[in-house]
Ligand binder design. Structure first.
Ligand code: DGT
Ligand code: CA
Ligand code: CA
Ligand code: ZN
Length: 595
C-alpha cells in the first residue's frame, strides 16, 4: 500500500540508484501508481489508466522481488504486459522512467498539488485549477471558504464539504507514513546494523514499537560500547542520501522516501532504560517517572538511579526497570497512558493476544475476484504459516466490478473441497465477503447463504448516509443470522477516506446480542476497527476476528499489524474467535445460523 505521506515527498529515486540499493516492490508500485494518476489527468485512455493501476497493485502484492526479474518474468505478473515490463526494468536500471518524466512535465505543479487532497480526483483538480486559478491546497481552501465554487458547474455544497474534509485528512496525515512502510524500512535498518560485529542488541522503538497506526519517524536503538562503526554504517545506509545529524550518540538520516530515521547508540548496560525511554509514549514515560520519584529514584534514558547516592540501580533490561518500580513488564502496544500503569500496579494487565495465538485467517481473497493469487497458492501460503484453519471469502455479486456469480462461487466451493483433500492438517472454510447494501440487506437469500461455512459482511458503498441510517444498516447486518463477522467496520482508509459516522455503542450492543464478531482488519491502510473503538466494543463483550483481508500471499504477513492494533485495544486471545480451536470456532459459526 502507498504511504500516507503526501505525494510531493513520494519516493523520487536519483538518476543513479543510491548506493546500488535495489528498488523495492513498494517503490515500483508507487511509481506505476503515479503514472496511472498522471495518465488520468492528462486525458489518457481510461482502460490504460486502469491497467497501470492494476499493475501497480499486482507489483505491490508480488511475493518475489520484482527488481530481480527479467522482462519475460515480469510479464508473468498479472496486468504487466510488455510495455509495463519495459518501464519497470527501465526504472530498476536507471532510477526513473522517461515516459513518466514526460507526463510529469505536462502536468502543472498546481494541479499536482491539488490532487494531494484525497477526496479530489485528477479531473476535478484540473477543472478547479483552470476555472479558479488556484494552484495550492491553501488557495483552494480559501476559495471554498469564500464560496467561489458556488458559480461552478458540478460543484454543489456536497462537493465543497468533501473538499474541505479532504483537506482536513491531508493536514492530519501530513508527514506521517503507514505502519507497513515504516516497518519495512525499520527492518532493513535494524538488519543492516545488527550484522555488524560491534553491534549488540538492536531494535526499533518509538511509535513503531507501539504499533501506532501511522508513524512520524523511526527510532532505532542499538547497544554497543563502540558507537562509531554503527554511526558510520548508518550514514552510509543505501536508502539514505541525506544525513540530518551525525553525532557520537545520535545520528539522523532522511531516506529517499522522505522518512526520518534516528539512531541512538547506548552502552550495553543502559539498554533497558534507553529502550523504555525511546519507546514512549511520552505520557507513559511521565507516569512511570512519577512512580520512580515517589520511591526516591530518578528514571532517565541512562538508567534508574538512587536520588540520594546518585548510584545506578538498574537499567539492563526493561523488565529490570519495571520490576524495581513495582510493576510487571508492560507490552509496548499498551504504553499510551490509557490506564495501563494503574492496571499493572493492581496486577490487572490484560494478557493481550499475540501473533502466535492466531490459528487461522477468516477474511481472504483469491483471483476469482480482486485477489492476485489463486486459491491454491493462497492456501499453500496459509499452510506454510502453520494455520489450523483458513477461510476463503471472495466478494459477493453486488460489488459489480468483481463479476461474481452463483455458478462461480459454487465452482470455487468444489475447488476448495479438492484442495481440502490434499491438506489434512488445515481445515479450509468456504466463505464470502457480502456487501451490506444501503438498507442493511446482503447479496444472497438465506437458502444460499446457508451453504457457506462463514460470511463476512462489509460496507463498500454509500459511506455518507446519515448517522441513523448507517447505524440501522449495520445493526440489520448483525441481525442477519448468516452474518458471522462485520468486515472493516468503519470502512476508513487511513489518510484517504474518513470512518463512517455511526452510533457505535448501538452497533456493538447488537454485535454482542446477536453473537456477531467484529473484524480487526490488518491491512495497513485500514486497521479497522481502530484501537479506541476496539476498547469500546470489548467493554460491551463483543468478540473479534483479527483478519488480513489478504489479496495476495504477501498480505498474510500483515497479520502483525492487526494483532498490534488488537493489543492497543487490550484484546485478549479469548476475545478473538480465530485464536480458538476449530471446534469452538465452528460452534460459534453454527450458533449464528441457528438463531
Ligand atoms: P512519532 O514519531 O510521531 O510517530 O511518535 P514517537 O512516539 O515515536 O515520538 P518521537 O519519535 O518524537 O520520540 C520517540 C520516543 O522518545 C517517544 O515515544 C518518547 C521518547 N521521548 C521523546 N521526547 C521525549 C520527552 O521530551 N520526554 C519523554 N519523557 N520522552 C520523550
Ligand atoms: Ca518516532
Ligand atoms: Ca524520533
Ligand atoms: Zn471488503
Amino acid at each position: 500500500m502507498a504511504t500516507q505521506r503526501d505525494k510531493s515527498h513520494r519516493p523520487r529515486r536519483p538518476a543513479e540508484p543510491a548506493g546500488g540499493a535495489a528498488a523495492t516492490n513498494q517503490e515500483i508500485s508507487a511509481v506505476l501508481q503515479e503514472y496511472a494518476e498522471l495518465l488520468a489527468i492528462t486525458g489518457g485512455q481510461q482502460f490504460k489508466v486502469r491497467v497501470y493501476d492494476k499493475a501497480a497493485r499486482a507489483v505491490g502484492g508480488c511475493p518475489t522481488e520484482v527488481s530481480g526479474l527479467d522482462i519475460k518474468d515480469l510479464q508473468a505478473i498479472p496486468n504487466v504486459g510488455k510495455s509495463i515490463a519495459g518501464k519497470i526494468s527501465e526504472y530498476v536500471a536507471t532510477g526513473t522512467i522517461g515516459a513518466l518524466e514526460e507526463l510529469r512535465a505536462k502536468v502543472p505543479a498546481g494541479v499536482r498539488a491539488l490532487t494531494e487532497i484525497p477526496t479530489l480526483g485528477p479531473k476535478r483538480a484540473l477543472e478547479l485549477y483552470e476555472e479558479l486559478r488556484v494552484s495550492s491546497v491553501a488557495e483552494l481552501e480559501q476559495a471554498v471558504r469564500a464560496e467561489e465554487l458556488r458559480g461552478l458547474r458540478g460543484f454543489g455544497p456536497k462537493a465543497e464539504e468533501n473538499i474541505l474534509h479532504g483537506i482536513e485528512l491531508l493536514k492530519h496525515a501530513a508527514g506521517r507514513v503507514s505502519l507497513d512502510a515504516a516497518m519495512g524500512l525499520a527492518d532493513r535498518v535494524v538488519g543492516h546494523l545488527a550484522a555488524l560485529d560491534e553491534c549488540g542488541r538492536c531494535e526499533y522503538a518509538g511509535s513503531l514499537r507501539r504499533m501506532r497506526e501511522t508513524i512520524g519517524d523511526i527510532d532505532v536503538l542499538a547497544a554497543s560500547s563502540d558507537a562509531e562503526p554503527l554511526m558510520d554504517a548508518f550514514v552510509s545506509f543505501a536508502e539514505a542520501p541525506e544525513v540530518i545529524a551525525h553525532g557520537p550518540t545520535k545520528t539522523s538520516i532522511r531516506t529517499t522516501g522522505g522518512l526520518q530515521v534516528d539512531l541512538r547508540v547506548v552502552p550495553p548496560d543502559a539498554w533497558g532504560a534507553a529502550l523504555l525511554y525511546f519507546t514512549g509514549s511520552k505520557p507513559h514515560n511521565i507516569r512511570i517517572r512519577e512512580i520512580a520519584q515517589r520511591a526516591g529514584l530518578k528514571l532517565s534514558e541512562y538508567g534508574l538511579f538512587d536520588v540520594e547516592t546518585g548510584d545506578l540501580v538498574v537499567s539492563e533490561t526493561e523488565e529490570d526497570v519495571y520490576e524495581r518500580l513495582g510493576l510487571p513488564w508492560i507490552p509496548p502496544t499498551l504504553r499510551e497512558d490509557r490506564g495501563e500503569v494503574e492496571a499493572a500496579r493492581r496486577g490487572e494487565l490484560p494478557a493481550v493476544v499475540t501473533e502466535r495465538d492466531i490459528r487461522g485467517d477468516l477474511h481472504t481473497h483469491t483471483n476469482l475476484t480482486d485477489g492476485l493469487a489463486s486459491a491454491d497458492d493462497m492456501v499453500s501460503a496459509a499452510a506454510s504459516r502453520g494455520y489450523r484453519y483458513y477461510a476463503i471469502t471472495d466478494h459477493a455479486p453486488n460489488l459489480f466490478m468483481q463479476r461474481m456469480s452463483d455458478d462461480k462461487i459454487l465452482a470455487q466451493r468444489e475447488q476448495v473441497r479438492k484442495l481440502q483433500a490434499r491438506r489434512p492438517r488445515m481445515r479450509l472454510l468456504h466463505g464470502t465477503e457480502l456487501n451490506i447494501d444501503p438498507d442493511g440487506d446482503v447479496d444472497w437469500p438465506p437458502e444460499f447463504l446457508a451453504g457457506f461455512d462463514l460470511c463476512v459482511a462489509s460496507i463498500h458503498s454509500h459511506f455518507t448516509q446519515p448517522r441513523d441510517q448507517l447505524t440501522r444498516r449495520l445493526v440489520r447486518a448483525c441481525e442477519n443470522p448468516y452474518v458471522d463477522i462485520i468486515g472493516h467496520p468503519t470502512a476508513r482508509l487511513i489518510g484517504k477516506r474518513p470512518p463512517i459516522d455511526v452510533d457505535w455503542d448501538e452497533v456493538f450492543a447488537a454485535c454482542a446480542r446477536t453473537g456477531t464478531a467484529v473484524e480487526i482488519n490488518s491491512f495497513p491502510d485500514r486497521l479497522d476497527l481502530p484501537d479506541t473503538l476496539i476498547t469500546r466494543a470489548r467493554q460491551r463483550g463483543v468478540k473479534f476476528a483479527v483478519d488480513t483481508d489478504a489479496h495476495a500471499e504477501v498480505h498474510l504477513a500483515f497479520l502483525r499489524y492487526g494483532v498490534g492494533t488488537a493489543q492497543r485495544g487490550w484484546v485478549t486471545s479469548d476475545d478473538v474467535i480465530n485464536t480458538w480451536p476449530l471446534k469452538r470456532l465452528r460452534a460459534f459459526l453454527r450458533h449464528r445460523a441457528s438463531h
